[in-house]
Design a protein around this ligand. Structure first.
Ligand code: 4AD
Ligand code: MG
Length: 430
């Protein structure tokens, strides 16, 4: 049986072979303590000079930080160690002795660590975040499958904008220009008219010149779209999905949350309560009462979002924004067309927007008028207008940003740690 540190607790008393790396070495004369990792977790290996062959002792002595190594030993119960187990080592075979490791125990700044992102990823903290990210993605896909959504990925090379024209990355496409996708939504509107309920999950690009803790220039988004689904059902679906995701992380990744010192109580609350739905106008009033200088009609700034979410224990939906400040495709509220039938979901504890959704305009003429108002070219959207010409139906959808969701669930203060290789305003390397 292949040994993994993750399952070491089930192999107490057994002789095992660990294939991994040595993340640290400490020696006290005749005993060496090896901090070992294999990608699934960390375990301490204890080498006692008098108990092992000379070759094993020499092997252990040769190890430097991040040397790769194969270690044999017996798994022992050790209540004082974090995983509850330890390895009593009998043989040590270095695979490749590492040069002096650039990441030390002293505090490094974020820029230094990002320059060494390819190595920084090996730390206990970063591997915990990556496992939680994986769990979230798995849970999202599981939720989509259970609710009848079919994966129909949208293209990344696109001829037009979805979310406004100011933050598009333009690339050369043979003799033409193309844009990296800002959102796969418009294509999901086409596939959902074919399959009923669809989603895409992939990288999304925005050349926003924002240097905030919430912005990446390349981020991953899950976008769901459903025919015959109205605005309210759409909001309920988002709530159910977020609860499912948080529930799965609590269920399967508690050890990783512990590595991050994440307080799980606020997360547990999320799986139990009903998320408040707050009208845009009401949210503006609440902020103004709390001293914000935000004006009615403005979009919320990052600080406003933070302030709003701190007023609640649960994620909150802000609904019915002024149509003027939102995307062209959002359906106007029939009761007051100045407002859009949309929602933003703000994560608690100051995290802010993680989901944006709306009912879409199903009427051809209304949509044509909106394209004009937004100064968007009719010809590149002709195929999109076809969806209103041929069997248009009421439909809604949403986009959930993966990295902001990971940052919130992990309790991180910046999205740069939520993705293996972050792309930021001033960072394209490594
Ligand atoms: O609110 P957004 O712009 O919505 C859309 O793109 C819609 N077309 C989605 C849809 O209805 N199909 O983006 C959705 C989410 C945000 O709530 C946020 O979580 C994330 O995508 N997001 C970003 N994440 C990291 N960095 C950025 N620059 C982001 N911009 C948006
Ligand atoms: Mg948004």
């Amino acid at each position: 049986m292949r040994f993994t540190i993750r399952d070491a607790k089930d192999q107490i008393g057994q002789e095992v072979e660990l294939r991994g790396w040595c993340s640290n070495v400490r020696s006290s004369g005749s005993i060496m303590f090896l901090q070992l990792r294999d990608g699934t977790g960390h375990i301490q290996g204890v080498v006692v000079k008098s108990d092992v062959p000379e070759e094993a002792w020499q092997g252990a002595k040769a190890l430097t930080i991040e040397s790769s190594v194969m270690v044999r030993g017996t798994v022992r119960e050790e209540p004082r160690s974090p995983g509850g187990v330890e390895l009593t080592v009998s043989s040590v075979e270095p695979v490749a002795v590492a040069q002096e490791y650039p990441i030390g125990k002293k505090e490094h700044g974020p820029d230094f660590l990002l320059n060494y992102r390819h190595l920084w990823l090996r730390s206990a903290r970063q591997t915990a975040i990556m496992r939680i990210r994986d769990e979230i993605v798995y849970a999202m896909r599981e939720f989509m499958r259970r609710h009848g959504f079919v994966l129909t990925d949208s293209p990344i090379f696109t001829p037009n904008a979805v979310e406004g024209t100011t933050d598009l990355f333009e690339v050369r496409y043979f003799d033409d220009a193309a844009y990296l996708s800002q959102s796969g939504q418009l294509y999901q509107e086409a596939t959902s008219a074919a399959l009923g309920r669809t989603y895409c999950f992939g990288p999304t690009f925005r050349s926003e010149k924002s240097k905030t803790r919430r912005h990446l220039t390349e981020f991953w988004m899950l976008e769901a779209e459903a025919s015959y689904m109205d605005w309210r059902e759409n909001i309920q679906l988002q709530e159910d999905m977020v609860k499912h995701i948080v529930g799965r992380v609590l269920e399967n990744r508690s050890a990783d949350l512990a590595v991050l010192d994440r307080d799980t109580e606020p997360l547990r609350k999320v799986t139990e309560g009903t998320f408040p739905r707050i009208d845009y106008g009401e949210a503006v009033r609440m902020l103004q009462e709390a001293g914000s200088d935000m004006e009615y009609g403005d979009d919320f700034g990052g600080d406003d979002e933070t302030a709003l979410t701190r007023m609640f224990d649960l994620p909150i939906f802000i609904t019915r924004y002024p149509a003027k400040i939102k995307a062209f495709y959002m359906k106007p509220d029939p009761e007051d067309p100045e407002y859009a039938l949309n929602d933003d979901l703000l994560a608690p504890e100051g995290y802010g927007e993680i989901v944006g959704g709306s009912e879409r305009i199903a009427d051809l003429e209304v949509l044509e008028a909106r394209l004009k108002e937004h100064g968007l070219p009719q010809d590149v959207f002709d195929w999109y207008l076809d969806l209103r010409r041929y069997g248009s139906v009421p439909h809604s959808g949403f986009g959930l940003g993966l990295e902001r969701t990971v940052a919130w669930i992990c309790g991180l203060d910046h999205v740069r740690e939520t993705i293996p290789f972050p792309r930021l305003l001033n960072r394209l390397k490594p």
